[in-house]
Write a protein that binds this ligand. Structure first.
Ligand code: SF4
Length: 280
């Protein structure tokens, strides 16, 4: 949950999640709909899907245990180098450093090195604590802007601190801007909109959305409703929203109520609901 999401946002979701699904076995026995519903609002929904798939594999293949092998961990859905390393350090106390942006910055500043894919700079019996401490140290002391060097216990050995030309470490996030046209079939008098999972948008592939395509000017048979901006992952989206009242919809669409749905609806689609609700 914490990947790309702030701690304070995650806390209520996490508490609610573990209340409803308290352990690995319960997760493996839940259906995907329930898991996604509990994740609703957090975004990056493939994380929830992968977590669920991984729980099933862990129960079935590994007797509910986290494998001790890096390669076996990496075969699990959603687990890459970073997650495999942090799991091995935290759970199995293996000597691994998981390189998130905080840790990379700390190591770059301390040792003036370009941190590669793997580092093994420390020797300790407490590898789990070390991995966690490095992340916390980066978040609380060696912060991206205004690091708290004056109170840092490592300043005497820190290249950044002693050098006159401070070594910067900037995380570059490429923001992509895109324009989309969204077309909503609406059912008269019923507050319903037609959605389909049949879209090939990378960022919301196979989730419930109205008809959506890259912006063009040929939308003759649709009424324009509004234009708005929406940010999702590393994308800035410029949305043109169109609608038409119709009782007939293409076969790959289904009707959904604007008010409540037992099915998972991503926040992206909920924003569309908000706009079209003014039409009723
Ligand atoms: S002295 Fe400053 S830059 Fe160096 S590790 Fe400590 S907080 Fe980071």
């Amino acid at each position: 949950m914490l990947q790309q999401t702030q701690v304070k946002t995650v806390i209520p979701y996490f508490n609610n999640f573990v209340k409803k699904i308290p352990n690995l076995k319960a997760l493996s026995q839940s259906n995907e709909k329930k898991v996604l519903k509990l994740w609703e609002g957090l975004g990056y929904y493939n994380r929830a899907k992968n977590l669920h798939k991984t729980s099933k594999i862990l129960i079935k293949k590994y007797n509910g245990q986290i494998p001790e092998s890096f390669l076996k961990l990496k075969e699990l859905p959603g687990i890459g180098d970073y997650t495999a390393n942090i799991l091995l350090a935290l759970i199995h106390n293996q000597s691994r450093v998981a390189l998130d942006s905080n840790v990379k910055r700390v190591l770059s500043r301390l040792f003036n090195i370009n941190v590669g894919d793997a580092v093994n700079l420390f020797k300790t019996e407490r590898n789990g604590d070390l991995a966690e401490a490095l992340m916390e140290f980066g978040a609380l002391i060696c912060k991206p802007k205004n690091p708290r060097c004056h109170e840092c216990k490592l300043k005497k050995m820190c290249t950044y601190y002693v050098s006159e030309s401070k070594i910067g470490f900037k995380k570059k996030i490429k923001i992509e801007s895109k324009s989309y046209d969204i077309f909503c079939y609406l059912k008269k008098n019923k507050k319903q909109v037609a959605l389909t999972k049949n879209n090939d948008l990378g960022f919301l592939k196979k989730f419930n959305l109205p008809k959506i395509k890259e912006a063009s000017k040929k939308n003759k048979n649709w009424k324009f409703l509004c234009n708005y901006k929406n940010s999702i992952s590393n994308k800035k989206l410029n949305i043109n929203l169109y609608y038409k009242f119709s009782s007939k919809i293409p076969s790959e669409f289904n009707w959904y109520s604007l008010n409540q749905s037992s099915e998972f609806i991503p926040s992206f689609t909920k924003k569309i609901f908000k706009q079209i609700s003014h039409l009723y």
